[in-house]
Write a protein that binds this ligand. Structure first.
Ligand code: WT7
Length: 646
């Protein structure tokens, strides 16, 4: 078993680490036994408050409520920018590396301050006030970070929509949170290809009467349509804006952002995060988990459209006055050596990415890595899905030259920041394990009866008490929050993941136990893809499951039942793929479509997804109990005609 594979803490790293083994043990105990004392001290240490809080924490997991640092006042943009100016105004805040390797830019904290203040004033001029929603649909350029911080400065709630989402998906999100401003760019650039962001935004905004301003950054200078009634060029507006803008004093529990994420049912949910607790845990984990030391260059390859980009490109690093690298491109462009070339070019010390990227690069061969030096690398990180031992090994040995510990960080959009993770100077590693809980986090495994598993064992992963960066509500639908996270196991936050705990107390995430799939680290509800597929007039029914995929982790396998009289064809398959791209985006493209004359259902009509998952995974000898099937011949047909026989 992989457990025997233990990588002790490196002495070199422990010598200068923020947290050592003894400190971890003592502080973890303290964080659980005296949470108020622990978090109050950390809130003082990490953040600058305009007014101190009245109460550290209050929570009720029956009602799904949590409040941290209630009564305290602070502004996130002031914490990420202004308070650094005296000491490090001229230090680089953001290193931007363009899609084209010859394109880069360094922006100091002073410069970020100026840009953010101006943009905050632009927002105010366009009528944005505290509590209003602003949608950000941007490529990975510094203006995306300015947009986030400008919203925070005026107290507006941003809702970032990943640039890979379709106009349809963008429209749904703008409407759901009733955004009045959209910040976008003419086009994005990734891997040498242009992405028509403004054109997509135009299509979306045409169905969003509440949008009064579309602010457009000129990234490529490509042709765009223009509607004088609401389109505004970013550079024009910025040219007239004052660089003087006092940060809005915010309550610790005022909303900071909404971020849509997929669940097992229905439309994506607007996960709402607030100000004080979120920023504290983002900053603290960034410093401790990556052992960030002043002046180091830190690079998280995520997109700001995902929570990883929020917490670990912008808010966490900038709250700590770090140098954060923002990459516009993709790891394989112009070649698979790109990441390591960027590491060498900018002297990157800390590199944080997803298993899917590691596997893709691993498949290209070691040469791309070994031709670079990577001598500045000190700490590696991974997030998004369980990392398989082969990929871990390659990352450790080839990328990190067996010198850099790998922080396998388990968390979710809803948790806001790391929850289970090693700490470089404190916790020995086991490949594939997210190891131990971060300070203040109380993970439990629950068995089928909802009882806590004691010691080593397996179960549903749940969290027993509130943590500062916890989801506060589902925007506009608090009942959905309670239903989704606090009802399955009353009194606990249910993560949706299964996990195992070994004899050393290490956690091993086994994957989702609900109908959520994880494709290249992108989270998707199978129901969302099904809803897109059944929009086709020839489709009668669709069932979507995940299946093991070498690079993506999981691939999308769709079973399609056609309307009576319709014939399967390759043409129709193409139309169905195109429909998923249109409704959701390219990340939702089915990898496999199987024509299914019938779907396996129980006598009460419920689709037996368990069986569909087995067939998709080519595990047809292990279908399990099929006695409740209404029509067993359906399954035989699906097995005979399955697409994955490899
Ligand atoms: C789901 C959350 C949090 C940022 C990226 C994804 C899976 C995440 C790990 C890990 C095993 C992981 C879980 C989780 N996941 N990190 N280190 N090991 N699984 O955020 O889109 O909200 O997805 O990603 O299944 O529930 P997200």
């Amino acid at each position: 078993m992989a457990d025997t594979n233990l990588y002790p803490v490196s002495e070199a790293i422990a010598a200068s680490a923020h947290i050592t083994k003894d400190e971890y043990e003592t502080l973890y105990q303290e964080s659980i036994s005296s949470p108020e004392t622990f978090w109050a001290a950390k809130a003082e240490e990490f953040l600058t408050w305009d007014k101190k809080w009245d109460k550290v924490r209050e929570f009720d997991f029956v009602k799904g409520e949590a409040r941290w640092f209630d009564g305290g006042k602070l502004n996130v943009s002031a914490n990420c920018i202004d308070r650094h100016l005296a000491e490090r105004g001229d230090q680089v805040a953001i290193i931007w590396e363009g899609d084209d390797p010859s394109d880069d830019l360094k922006v100091t904290y002073k410069e970020v301050h100026e840009q953010v203040c101006k943009l905050a004033n632009v927002l105010k001029t366009r009528g944005v006030k505290k509590g209003d929603r602003v949608c950000i649909y941007m490529p990975m350029i510094p203006e995306a970070a300015y947009a986030m911080l400008a919203c925070a400065r005026v107290g507006a709630i941003h809702s970032i929509v990943f640039g890979g989402f379709s106009p349809e998906a963008l429209k749904d999100r703008i409407q759901d949170s009733d955004c009045q401003v959209v910040i976008t760019a003419d086009e994005g650039v990734r891997g040498g290809r242009k992405i028509p962001l403004k054109a997509n935004a135009d299509t979306a905004v045409a169905q969003c009467p509440g949008v009064s301003t579309v602010l457009v950054v000129k990234r490529t200078g490509g042709d765009v349509a223009w509607d004088e009634s609401h389109d505004v060029w970013y550079h024009d507006a910025m040219a007239e804006a004052s660089a003087d803008c006092a940060p809005e004093p915010m309550d610790a529990e005022d909303p900071l952002f909404i971020l849509y994420t997929s669940g097992s049912t229905g439309k994506p949910k607007g996960v709402l995060h607030t100000t004080g607790g979120y920023l504290l845990q983002a900053a603290m984990t960034h410093k401790y988990v990556f052992d960030y030391q002043d002046g180091e260059v830190y690079w998280c390859t995520a997109d700001v459209g995902w929570v990883t980009g929020h917490s670990y490109i912008v808010y966490g690093p900038m709250a700590n006055g770090a140098i954060t690298l923002m990459f516009e491109g993709v790891p394989t462009y112009p070649t698979a050596a790109r990441c390591w070339e960027v590491v060498d070019k900018h002297d990157v010390s800390i590199f944080y990415t997803a298993p899917t990227a590691i596997r893709a690069l691993m498949g290209q061969g070691d040469e791309f890595v070994t031709q670079t030096s990577r001598k500045t690398l000190r700490i590696l990180g991974t997030v998004g899905e369980p990392i398989n031992p082969e990929a871990w090994d390659w990352y450790y040995k080839v990328v990190g030259d067996s010198r850099c510990p790998i922080m396998d960080t388990w968390w979710q959009t809803e948790t806001g920041a790391h929850m289970l993770t090693p700490l470089p100077g404190a916790i020995a590693l086991k490949p594939g394990s997210a190891t131990l809980p971060f300070f203040g986090v109380e993970p439990v495994l629950l068995d089928g009866d909802g009882k806590e598993v004691v010691g080593a064992g397996e179960g549903s992963l749940a969290i027993k008490s509130s943590w500062p960066s916890q989801i506060r509500t589902v925007f506009g639908d608090h009942n959905r929050l309670v239903q989704t996270y606090f009802s399955t196991y009353p009194g606990y936050y249910f993560t949706g993941d299964g996990a195992r705990r070994d004899e050393d107390g290490y956690f091993w995430i086994t994957g989702r136990v609900d109908d959520v799939i994880n494709v290249s680290g992108h989270r998707m509800g199978t129901a969302e893809v099904e809803s897109a597929l059944v929009l086709h007039e020839k489709v009668s029914e669709a069932a979507v499951v995940g299946y093991p995929h070498d690079i993506k982790g999981q691939g999308i396998y769709a079973y399609i039942t056609l309307m009576v009289g319709e014939e399967p064809s390759d043409e129709l398959k193409k139309e169905l793929v195109a429909l998923c791209v249109k409704e959701i985006g390219p990340i939702a493209k089915p990898d496999v479509i199987q024509w299914a004359p019938g779907l396996p259902k129980t006598r009460s009509g419920k689709i037996m997804r368990r069986i569909l998952r087995k067939i998709a995974a080519n595990e047809v000898d292990a279908l399990g109990d099929t006695s409740t099937l209404a029509d067993p011949t359906v399954v035989d047909d699906l097995i005979d005609n399955r697409e994955n026989k490899g």
